[in-house]
Design a protein around this ligand. Structure first.
Ligand code: NI
Length: 226
């Protein structure tokens, strides 16, 4: 399941993130790569310990918590503090899978990654290359979105970031532990919730809608762990 969220950040928010990240402390992305991914990863990441980065990450976390499409698609239980990265010319992240278990900043803060998220922070005309390529059931899909748009995809899928050939690609990435671990079950609940939302907006058959909503919530009771 691959979900695109258009305008996750508006243009003013994107500009504020770009400005703040210019002055941030950047370090080699290898600092946070483990195992096989050391061979694959060539980019830079912000230092998560700095106040600026912590504030920017918290800003994104707040947006996620209030975003209906994000919540519907992820059914979030825990969210890893977002990380900011940049790829200059020649930098890439070769094919890899994200770690299943992640250690958050606080001791004992352990989570499972179910959904990966990328928020694109550079305008498309500012760089070439840098496509996020996600391998799925129906082949590989290339994702390259406008600044402020985001994509959600299963953390278990193989993916890569193609080499940037001009300019610089700035993005935020994070991982979500979902209340519903299994991707297929989560996808069914998402489809159902979206249909219920659409019917709610059309204000038709309120009695049937209540029955449908009750099915959704009762399925959630069977499938979710909190
Ligand atoms: Ni990854």
């Amino acid at each position: 399941m691959l979900v695109v969220i258009d305008h996750f950040l508006d243009i003013n928010e994107v500009a504020a993130y770009q400005r703040a990240l210019e002055g941030a402390t950047w370090q080699d992305g290898l600092a946070s790569a483990g195992g096989l991914n050391v061979r694959a990863k060539r980019n830079e990441q912000t230092d998560p310990e700095t106040e600026v980065v912590r504030e920017l990450a918290n800003g994104l976390l707040r947006k996620m918590g209030h975003h209906p499409l994000f919540v519907s698609a992820c059914l979030p239980h825990k969210i890893f503090p977002p990380v900011f990265n940049r790829y200059g010319v020649g930098q890439e992240y070769d094919v890899h899978v994200d770690a299943a278990i992640m250690q958050g900043p606080a001791p004992g803060d352990v989570m499972r990654s179910d959904v990966s998220m990328t928020v694109f922070l550079s305008e498309l005309e500012e760089y070439d290359g840098g496509e996020l390529v996600i391998e799925g059931q129906f082949g590989a899909q290339e994702v390259r979105l406008n600044a402020g748009d985001a994509v959600l995809y299963p953390s278990g899928s193989l993916h890569r970031v193609n080499a940037v050939t001009r300019g610089e690609r700035l993005a935020a990435i994070t991982w979500v532990q979902s209340m519903v671990a299994e991707v297929e079950a989560r996808s069914l609940l998402f489809e159902m919730d979206q249909a219920i939302q659409a019917l709610t907006n059309s204000r038709s058959s309120p009695e049937q809608l209540v029955r449908l909503a009750s099915v959704y919530h009762n399925l959630m009771r069977r499938m979710a762990s909190v």
